[in-house]
Design a protein around this ligand. Structure first.
Ligand code: SF4
Length: 441
């Protein structure tokens, strides 16, 4: 069958969709980019914000026309929204054939074959840890690949729906991850991005308390991946700040492959807001972790996630967030305006901050960020940086892009024989708003 697969949401969903595509191809199906050509349409949905759900529902509803033209067409919804809504989504969208939850993705092919034979609508949303090992397939051939090392989350931040739609935190076996990484590198992968809602909690059995200073299975994993010849770079997202103990910091500082960039969600700089969000650290302890990381790796760059307008956020709370962001000097940040998620704990609290105030605070942080980045990039002009080449620039076919270990994008003129996935030195000649420009040396 020809399968059209549309993915919404985060890197975890992207990775799930890649694994599903690889499994479908192995089972003799093909992936098509054309909706008109498809025998099966799959929507891997997101539930992180109301807008994400409305977008997917709108798209699936629009497919009614396709189904009227082709009654044999099969339409399925998967992922976080499918998990959250389950059977009710089938009731809401009568032309939807099945709903597959986040714990059942590894069973797509047998369930699809059964539906093709019997055309009986179903919703499979039972949690299952089998999904962990069943989603390791890859579409090889790219210099960079993602490996999911954990699924789910046990932290229950009050604004977040993830623990309810992705289940309890479970870690894959280290041997399973290493064999997946070895086969990727054998197929030409040079950079691996480790994925998890909470990657640094890897191997801790879902324990949300910070591990002892000398214990970090995540550090063990990084050291084991360092041992794979041919792997040039290792990235990981997202770590929770309280897992950066001495063992992990030392492992990162001495790692051959781990990049000098950490995405370290802050969410707020106000202790009052952090408590209301059920984030298990304070402004001071967060800054303490940043200090420890920086003293071990002075060239480390940071990005972060921040929420503005959480219920009850005052001007003073917002100022505290702004101060912490200035103090850390984040190179990148994803700023989100708070929106209540049905099912998350904070949905029971009145959404008290007016939309206009959320937008104003959002714009202030983005302006701070743009100013800070422009100054940091301008300071890099004249320096030489090492990049991992990525390929032809999406915006300018006459240029290539690469990325520094610090996760800064660099544009440069290619030379004959240049390959993606190679480490090259670039002399920086110009700074753009968010990227650098230079010459290969
Ligand atoms: S750590 Fe918090 S914000 Fe992140 S996925 Fe878990 S519950 Fe959500």
């Amino acid at each position: 069958m020809k399968i059209f697969l549309k993915t919404y949401g985060c890197q975890m969903n992207e990775r799930d969709s890649e694994a599903i595509s690889a499994q479908l191809i192995r089972a003799g199906h093909s992936i098509t980019g054309s909706e008109a050509d498809a025998d099966v349409m799959l929507f891997n949905t997101c539930s992180v914000r109301d807008a994400a759900e409305r977008k997917a529902k709108g798209k699936i509803s629009y497919m009614k026309k396709m189904k009227l033209r082709n009654p044999a067409l099969i339409i399925g919804a998967m992922g976080c929204m499918a998990q959250r809504l389950g059977e009710s989504l089938l009731a809401e969208i009568p032309h939807l054939d099945f709903v597959l939850g986040t714990g059942q993705l590894h069973r797509l092919i047998p369930l699809l074959e059964e539906f093709s034979a019997r055309r009986k609508r179903f919703a499979a949303v039972e949690p299952s840890s089998d999904v962990l090992e069943g989603m390791g397939a890859h579409l090889y051939g790219n210099f960079s690949a993602q490996i999911a090392i954990t699924r789910g989350c046990n932290r229950f931040c009050s604004y977040c729906i993830v623990p309810y739609v992705r289940g309890r935190e479970i870690s894959r076996s280290m041997e399973d991850i290493l064999s997946e990484a070895r086969s990727l590198v054998a197929q030409g992968t040079k950079e691996i991005l480790l994925l998890g809602q909470n990657v640094a909690a890897y191997g801790l059995g879902g324990n949300v308390n910070p591990p002892p200073e000398d214990h970090s299975p995540f550090a063990d994993l990084i050291e084991a991946l360092d041992g794979i010849p041919g792997l040039l770079r290792l990235r990981y997202t997202s770590p929770y700040v309280t897992y950066f103990n001495r063992r992990l910091i030392e492992a990162l500082a001495h790692s051959r492959t781990a990049c000098r960039h950490i995405h370290l969600p802050l969410q707020s700089g106000s202790d009052r807001m952090l408590k209301a969000m059920n984030r298990q650290y304070t402004r001071e302890s967060y800054l303490g972790y940043v200090e420890r990381l920086r003293s071990a790796m002075p060239d480390l760059t940071f990005s972060t996630d921040v929420i503005v307008g959480f219920p009850g956020e005052t001007e003073e709370d917002f100022r505290a967030t702004r101060e912490v962001m200035q103090h850390v000097g984040f190179e990148q940040a994803y700023v989100f305006k708070y929106s209540p998620r049905p099912g998350a704990k904070s949905a029971t609290i009145a959404d008290s901050v007016p939309e206009a105030v959320k937008e104003e605070r959002n714009q202030i942080l983005l302006a701070d960020l743009a100013d800070r980045i422009a100054r940091k990039l301008a300071a890099a002009v004249g320096s030489t940086v090492e990049v991992l080449t990525e390929g032809v620039s999406a915006r300018n076919p006459g240029r290539w892009t690469g990325r520094t270990s610090g996760n800064i994008v660099v544009h440069f003129e290619p030379v004959p024989g240049l390959e993606a996935g190679t480490l090259r030195q670039v002399k920086i000649t110009r700074a753009g708003a968010v990227t650098l420009f230079g010459t290969l040396i």
